[in-house]
Design a binder for this molecule. Sequence first.
Ligand code: NAD
Length: 328
Amino acid sequence: EKLGIALVGLGYYSTDLLAPALKLTSNCELRGIVTGSPEKIPAWKTKYGIKDKNIYDYKNFDSIANNPDIDVVYVVLPPSMHAEYTIRAAKAGKHVWCEKPMAPSVADCEAMIKACKDNMVKLAIGYRCQHDPNIQAYMKVGKERPFGKAKMISSAAGYFDGRSDHWKQSKKLGGGAMGDMGVYALQGARLATREEPISVLAQASTTRPKIYHEVEETMMFQLEFPSGALAACHTSFGINMNHLHITYEKGWLKMEPHSSYNGNKGSMSDGTLINFSIQNQQAKQMDEDALAIFNKTDLIVPGEEGLRDITVLEAIYKSAAQNCAVKL
Ligand code: NAD
């Protein structure tokens, strides 16, 4: 038996990554779509055999509660819409998978977690990298400490986005480099240390003020961890970069790339290579999240993990706005 998945929002990530990946899963089946763009429906019906009764728009979406074909609602909308659709799906009694960044505010994340708890459904965040054995390899080094404690981390994730007039440039829709790519730089530092930051110092900037005036094009942020470990993190919509460098007491670990869809790889100071092959990251993510639902076991990335990042993200924005360090 497979879990029936409904994708909400049929943009780039749903179309190019998640729907094709669902075809590669063992435990999931794409059965439904929720869209505000009726012109997209015929292509999805043809390609994925979606039944008419499993197609919803944003208005009639709540009636998905009466549809036994759908077990999981996967929210793949701009970040400012994540809370509303997660809460509506939870109230409809459906498990929720929600894309990153979880939501623009801590209050939103807490409301999402509460709605899922109250309605006894699971909430997973789409941090595909935590399902990738290459990322799990450096997480393990952080936990088992073969090189001692992490002392200094350099973590970067960004790409050049040449578009204008996109939600990623809109404050209201939850845009900005920090939520989009910065969470990968932040995850790199948090997963390397396995600690939560106690202080942040951040600086936002833009080289294209015509496009990036509501939100940052680039964010640089420093993190201080309870053990004394420090991280220098960078994210941008103007620079292609994707690396993680961890200096431990007695060695180092480097990943490049560290948060791509495929090809994440690295090496350690003792000569160990990190280079696991993986058929499809998103398929692995969704199969593992489906198994957690079937077996009633813990999710690899529950809502609480999304909330931890947004807690730091709020402090980063506060620091950048006030031009001073913010304690957590
Ligand atoms: P996109 O712009 O390509 O798609 C967004 C979809 O939302 C579109 O279908 C659009 O029609 C719909 N939408 C509904 N109301 C809208 C509104 N008011 N404004 C704009 N669009 C609206 O974006 P995307 O790249 O597919 O990103 C969607 C989500 O997926 C985001 O949360 C993003 O961070 C996440 N994402 C995650 C990954 C990953 O690797 N995990 C990769 C890409 C995107």
